[in-house]
Design a protein around this ligand. Structure first.
Ligand SMILES: O=C(O)c1cc(=O)[nH]c(=O)n1[C@@H]1O[C@H](COP(=O)(O)O)[C@@H](O)[C@H]1O
Length: 280
């Protein structure tokens, strides 16, 4: 494996969260949002949408999280917009977590990893989302490639959508909830890393229970703030003593305040202030 390309993602993320606050804002150009922003539902509309969010927020929030699906639906032209948005957001100072939720057999995961990690990767970013339900170890090529590139990954454990519970809280033969097995794998992945590891878990802020053991020595991405109904006040209940590890994420609730840069900034500032109040 080549030597690490730079400071590990975990260290860079911890610093960004400490300096800028822990908010992650999604770049999710839903057709309804494009319409509300009076933009065409086209690659050109996507580009103007993404440029505006990057200009408004990349110099102030810790993490921007583009959702690949909204770009892919416009085919190669949309993916080209995504490539530029990822690069622009990183140049402007945000860490970019690309939400692609990849997962497959290992040899295919290796091919996916080539798109996101390493010198010259077309969508090189700071981290991606991964789905472990083909088996955590099937993700190994992406985890190793991310580590070698000083990047990271967030692996789905307990997702924010109501349909996730049936699978994710099901118990293995050993009686352990499936989501907990993912968290345990991540704890092993991050063992010994300081200030923490580069491999996070996704645990929705909407999850009703706090029975999972969340000490993975890594970040916990918590989508579900805003449009899916969670608020900052839910975080202590869901995350308990792991609250300082949490990277809460909101997309539509912030994006609906566009297309003005000031509206987007005000929405992100309001959410950041809510988080600061709860974390204090
Ligand atoms: O990995 C994610 O980001 C994710 C995981 C999860 O459990 N739930 C979840 O909503 N997401 C993503 O987070 C974003 C949530 O968007 P809003 O509901 O508009 O804030 C979407 O892009 C989802 O795909």
């Amino acid at each position: 494996m080549p030597p690490s390309a730079g400071e590990p993602f975990g260290a860079r993320l911890r610093r960004a969260m400490d300096q800028r606050g822990p908010l992650c804002v999604g770049i999710d150009p839903h057709p309804e949002l494009l319409a509300a922003w009076q933009l065409p539902d086209s690659a050109e509309g996507l580009a103007r949408f993404a440029d505006t969010v990057v200009a408004a927020l990349a110099d102030r929030v810790a993490v921007l999280k583009p959702q690949s699906a909204f770009f892919e639906r416009h085919g190669s032209a949309g993916v080209a917009v995504l490539e530029r948005a990822v690069a622009d957001a990183r140049s402007a100072g945000a860490l970019v977590l690309l939400d692609v939720k990849r997962g497959d057999i290992g040899s295919t995961v290796a091919a996916y990893a080539g798109a996101y990690f390493g010198e010259g990767a077309p969508l090189r970013c700071d981290a991606i989302t991964l789905t472990p339900y083909l088996g955590y170890e099937s993700l190994r090529p992406a985890l190793d490639r991310a580590r070698a590139d000083g990047a990271g990954a967030f692996v789905l454990a307990r997702t924010s959508n109501p349909e996730g519970a049936a699978t994710q809280t099901a118990r293995t033969e050993a009686g352990v909830p499936l989501a907990q097995t993912v968290l345990n794998d991540l704890a092993r992945e991050n063992a010994g890393a300081e200030p923490w590891g580069s491999f996070g878990a996704v645990v929705g802020a909407t999850a009703p229970e706090s029975s999972l053991e969340l000490t993975i020595n890594g970040p916990l991405l918590a989508p579900g703030l805003g449009a899916q109904g969670a608020t900052a006040d839910d975080l202590p209940r869901v995350f308990g003593p792991a609250l300082r590890q949490v990277l809460p994420s909101a997309s539509r609730s912030v994006l609906r305040r566009g297309p003005g840069v000031d509206g987007l900034r005000a929405a992100a500032e309001w959410e950041a202030a809510e988080l600061a109040r709860v974390l204090a």
